[in-house]
Structures are given as structure tokens and as C-alpha cells.
Design a binder for this molecule. Structure first.
Ligand SMILES: Cc1ncc(COP(=O)(O)O)c(C=O)c1O
Length: 373
């Protein structure tokens, strides 16, 4: 009998936010569907990237540049880091998988928080290794417990900062102290997919760890603030030995030509980045105030999404929102939804739908206690 590899039996395939087409099919929705489930940029792609893409259709018969030369050099310039310290991938998920395939095998473990980006345990299982999950403490990574779980078998520690789905961050001092204490046989993957949104003075300078010779891989992406999720371009920084080891497990031409061209143009589009960040800040403030007015608790957000708690199983709210044509993400905890911050108009529509749901019959057991703070 044909049998899959044993380690694959533990994998629950990655489940993305529900596609708009699927919601339309399920509920026969006629109006505009609002997707606030995948932390995409509601302003769309950088206009500079779109302009750069206008000639690309004529070139799709040519393989992309396997070395991603232009993009590596642009990133090197902007981040003042030599190009041999940088890697580009088919989304940062490709680099997560490369890290697992390079540093894990069936004798190894990878440590991650129980509530964090779902690709970490998947990549660990694909590599045949064992994920060790550490409970979240006070809505944040529990760094002490993570350190206590390190042993000879540990190959990788995955840390998303901000955390997805919680949106909380680790501050510079605590990350500095943590990195100092991680032993040399472990690669720390610091996943900064929402880096550009954070805007906190206290955020770690994670590239310093690499410049100081630590075994750290820092991940960033063009999928979030740059608005290029559909083109699949992520990147990372690490020591040259680590970057060159990854090339052994990389598929040829994994970063497509339109993606490389758009990313080169997007890096320099500060105007689009600033507008996206400002709109996100406004959205955070607006939704924060409104959630408070409704008596809903949320974790102070550092990315472009909010983790909102409901006084009931959030599945009822999730379904009620879907009936109103709004897709959000039930993830992490039973009483919570992760909601991407939208444009001002989208945020208002979301809020009206949540209010209607809490007032209506659909989520009857989700009534707020009169005295809830
Ligand atoms: C923490 C984190 N890392 C990585 C990714 C994946 O990004 P990419 O589109 O670059 O593969 C996401 C996407 O949601 C994320 O939240």
C-alpha cells in the first residue's frame, strides 16, 4: 500500500483566509465582499510597482533571474547590508521552509509559541522534526519558557514579532537579552512580516544581531505594507554561511519575474509606504475606540490587524459577519477573531456589522454583560 512519510501525518495543511469567490458561492452574496482575513494592504500595491509591471507581460516566456540580482542589490542599498547577507524567496514562507529543511531533521526539534504563525509547525513537520510549542503568556511570547525548552536537539526557534495572530511585540531590551542567551547551535528565526507597521521606538534592531555574528535569520515580506501578496516575494537577512546553505534546498527560479520587478520598484516607494502606515494608524485608533465602546477587548496591535475577543465562541460572530459579506479570521483562541484593519470606509462597514451581530439573534449567547468594562 502507498504510504506518505510518517512525519506528514501530523500536518494540518495551511488554511488561508477564505477567498472572496468561496464566500460568494457559499452564501450567494450579491454585494461587494470585504476580505479582512489575510492582512493584505487595503490600499493595494505601490503605484510604482504597478507602473514597473506594465511591460512585464511581454517577458513572461523568459525565466526569471535565478539570483534575484537587481532586488538583492536594491535591498542591500536600502538596508545597508551586503548582498551576500540577504535572501529572497517565493514569499517569506519559502524561506521559513528552507530554514527548516536546512537545519532540522528527524533528530531535531523546533521551538515556537503555541499561538503564532501556522507555517512554523508545518515547516518543522515537513523537515521530519518535532515542533515544541510553548504557551503564550500575557498575550506575548514567553521567552523564559522558550529558553528553558532549549536542549541539544533544538535546531530552530521561531519568533514572529509582531506575533500573528495576537499582534503583540517583543521589545528591544528583552529580545537583546534573549538572543544573548540562546546557545550557538540554534538558529533564531525572527519573523518581521509586519515590520514597517510597528513604528515603536522600542522595537528590536534585529539586523544588529546578524552583524554581531549571531545565528539569526530576520524575515520580511513584500506581501504586507508593499501590497504585493499576489506576487509572492519575501526576503531575509542572515550570516552568509546560512544564506548559502539555504541555496541547497531552494527550487530553481522560485521568485517569479513580475515579483522581482515589482519589488525593486516598491522598495523605493516611500510615499505609498507612509500613506499605508498612516491609514493603518488611523484605523487602529478608530477601531480601538469603537471596540471599547462596544465593550470588546482587544490586544494593543502593532501590525495591520487586531485580535478581538468576544464574550462567546467567536464562530457565531464569524459566521454572522460572513453572511454580511465580511470575511475575518477565526484563529488562535475560541473567543477571538483576527481582523485586518481596512480603509476608513471598510472599518465602518465592519463595525456596523459587528454591532448588528451583537444586537441581533445570530450570536445570542454573545450578549455583553451590562457591567462589562
Ligand atoms: C508572521 C508572518 N510571517 C510570514 C507570513 C507570510 O508572508 P509571505 O506572504 O511573505 O509568505 C505571514 C503572512 O500572513 C505572517 O503573518
Amino acid at each position: 500500500m502507498l504510504k506518505t512519510r510518517a512525519s506528514l501525518q501530523n500536518i494540518k495543511p495551511y488554511k488561508p483566509g477564505k477567498p472572496i469567490e468561496e464566500l460568494v458561492r457559499e452564501y450567494g452574496i450579491s454585494g461587494e465582499v470585504l476580505k479582512l482575513a489575510s492582512n493584505e494592504n487595503p490600499l493595494g500595491a505601490s503605484p510604482k510597482a504597478l507602473a514597473a509591471l506594465s511591460h512585464v507581460l511581454q517577458e513572461v516566456h523568459i525565466y526569471p533571474d535565478n539570483s534575484c540580482y537587481a532586488l538583492l542589490n536594491r535591498l542591500s542599498e536600502v538596508h545597508q547590508t551586503p548582498a551576500n547577507h540577504i535572501i529572497v524567496g517565493n514569499g517569506s514562507v519559502e524561506i521559513i521552509l528552507q530554514a527548516a529543511l536546512t537545519y532540522l531533521d528527524s533528530s531535531k526539534q523546533a521551538i515556537m509559541s503555541a499561538t503564532s504563525f501556522v507555517m512554523y509547525p508545518i515547516a518543522t513537520h515537513i523537515a521530519g522534526a518535532e515542533p515544541v510549542t510553548i504557551p503564550i503568556k500575557d498575550d506575548r511570547h514567553d521567552l523564559e519558557a522558550i529558553l528553558a525548552a532549549v536542549n541539544k536537539k533544538t535546531g530552530i526557534i521561531f519568533l514572529d514579532n509582531p506575533n500573528n495572530p495576537l499582534g503583540s511585540v517583543l521589545k528591544r531590551k528583552e529580545m537583546d537579552d534573549f538572543i544573548e542567551r540562546v546557545p550557538d547551535h540554534v538558529l533564531v528565526v525572527i519573523d518581521e512580516a509586519y515590520y514597517e507597521y510597528v513604528g515603536s521606538m522600542d522595537y528590536p534592531h534585529s539586523l544588529h544581531y546578524i552583524h554581531n555574528g549571531r545565528n539569526v535569520l530576520v524575515l520580511r515580506t513584500f506581501s504586507k505594507i508593499y501590497g504585493l501578496a499576489g506576487l509572492r516575494v519575501g526576503y531575509g537577512f542572515s550570516r552568509p554561511e546560512i544564506i548559502s546553505a539555504f541555496s541547497k534546498v531552494r527550487l530553481p527560479f522560485s521568485v517569479n519575474r513580475p515579483g522581482q520587478i515589482a519589488a525593486v520598484a516598491a522598495v523605493g516607494d516611500e510615499d505609498h509606504r507612509d500613506r499605508s502606515r498612516a491609514m493603518n494608524e488611523q484605523g487602529k485608533m478608530f477601531l480601538g475606540k469603537e471596540f471599547e465602546r462596544l465593550g470588546l477587548k482587544y490586544i494593543p496591535p502593532y501590525g495591520n490587524f487586531m485580535f478581538v475577543r468576544f464574550p462567546c465562541e467567536a464562530a457565531a460572530v464569524h459566521e454572522a459577519l460572513e453572511r454580511r459579506g465580511i470575511i475575518v479570521r477565526p484563529v488562535g483562541q475560541k473567543d477571538a477573531l483576527r481582523i485586518t484593519i481596512g480603509t476608513p470606509q471598510q472599518n465602518k462597514r465592519l463595525l456596523k456589522a459587528i454591532e448588528e451581530t451583537l444586537e441581533g439573534k445570530e450570536a445570542e449567547n454573545c450578549k455583553l454583560d451590562e457591567n462589562s468594562e
